[in-house]
Write a protein that binds this ligand. Structure first.
Ligand code: SF4
Length: 372
């Protein structure tokens, strides 16, 4: 197919993409700065189809957020609350297990478990929670804890990252969700999340987990006070770690939702910026297999179009999303399996239900029996 590139500065990048060559820092900046979104999307789609053909992945998952109590008070967050805040909650172990069981009729294959940095919940408590989930739902994959939560548990338990991760693996963690990366720039972190680990520590927790055999996702929160240079620097750091460990399975660009945060004067991201973020990520992260269009933050409409701008995954049913809805997300809290299938098929893609590690599942449409 012949493409007429509107922005001539993209021509050399198109040549590199066609040749399968790696893009550099300046290429990334040019991609972010051009208004020629369709050309960027075209190039990202070339890469996406080279890697995944016409397939678009989704899964049937359930989010569990055991507590929103958090000591960090990040300015970018509407979810974390101080322990004394009357709106704060912390589930008991029984409540976590009971929550996990809700939505079971959709035959959930993954629990996505993240929460605040609670000053009193111990590593043992989390291990007990995981063991209870494993006992009750032995076939449901446990993808649990951001790098930030792991670093905090390690500090409070006076254990190394490796010792903490080993305890969590022994209790039932099977992979890590990859949140909390925000943007690695020190300048940005000082303003938006100065009480949590820095970028180097986030990468070190990920490196340690990958070396111990855990896969993880990785993320970038965009659309707040970061610059285009900060974004490219962030993507290149993730790419460098992936060259080293090959542990990242998917990258998820997360659109900043300002409502109810101290940064609520910042306007929400636009569809243009959201599609650009998906496409640039696909082009820059040549060694990370999957790019996820997380419909909760993008809206199902934009996530659907993103399948033509570099994304090969729409995430899952989610069932009860708290973190971005506290920050004003207006999307539904869950999508049914049938709605995800519709979003994918209408975009001309072939839906494939996957498990957490992107192995296709075979499912009987009537019994919802999962055969991995
Ligand atoms: S972003 Fe995470 S660490 Fe920061 S306040 Fe929110 S829950 Fe806590």
């Amino acid at each position: 197919m012949n493409l007429s590139i509107e922005d001539a500065r993209l021509e050399p990048i198109l040549q590199k993409v066609r040749a399968g060559a790696r893009l550099g820092y300046d290429d990334g900046l040019a991609l972010y700065r051009t208004p020629d979104l369709l050309s960027v999307g075209y190039m990202a789609n070339l890469v996406r189809e080279r890697l995944h053909g016409n397939v678009a992945y989704f899964n049937v998952n359930r989010h569990i957020n055991p507590t929103d109590v958090c000591v960090a008070s990040c300015r970018l967050c509407a979810f974390g609350k101080r322990a004394k805040d009357p709106r704060a909650y912390t589930m008991s172990l029984e409540q976590v297990w009971e929550t996990a069981g809700r939505g079971w009729s959709e035959a959930v294959t993954e629990f996505h478990i993240v929460g605040g940095l609670h000053p009193e919940l111990t590593l043992d408590w989390y291990c007990q929670m995981l063991r209870g989930l494993k006992e009750r739902f032995p076939r449901v994959h446990r993808k649990a804890f951001t790098m930030v939560e792991i670093a905090y548990l390690a500090r409070r338990s006076r254990l190394s990252y490796a010792e903490t991760i080993q305890r969590l693996i022994d209790a039932g963690v099977e992979s890590l969700p990859g949140g909390g990366a925000e943007v690695f720039s020190e300048r940005v972190r000082r303003i938006v999340c100065d009480h949590k680990i820095d970028g180097a520590e986030w990468l070190e927790v990920a490196r340690t987990a990958h070396r111990m055999g855990l896969h993880s996702n990785c993320t970038m929160l965009y659309g707040h006070i970061e610059t285009e240079e900060d974004r490219i620097d962030h993507l290149l750091k993730l790419r460098a770690l992936q060259d080293e460990t090959k542990g990242f399975v998917a990258f998820i660009p997360l659109a900043f939702h300002p409502d109810n945060t101290p940064l609520q004067h910042i306007p929400s991201t636009t569809g243009f910026a959201d599609l650009k973020s998906i496409a640039v990520a696909r082009l820059m992260l040549d060694n990370i297999p999957h790019i996820k269009a997380y419909w909760v933050m993008l809206t199902p409409r934009v996530a659907q179009i993103a399948q033509r701008f570099g994304a090969d995954d729409l995430d899952g049913t989610v069932v009860e999303e708290k973190i971005y809805h506290d920050a004003g997300a207006t999307t539904s809290q869950s999508l049914r399996r049938g709605e995800l299938l519709h979003l994918i098929r209408e975009a001309g893609r072939d839906p494939v239900e996957r498990d957490t590690l992107y192995r296709p599942l075979t499912r009987s449409e009537t019994a919802f029996t999962v055969v991995v």
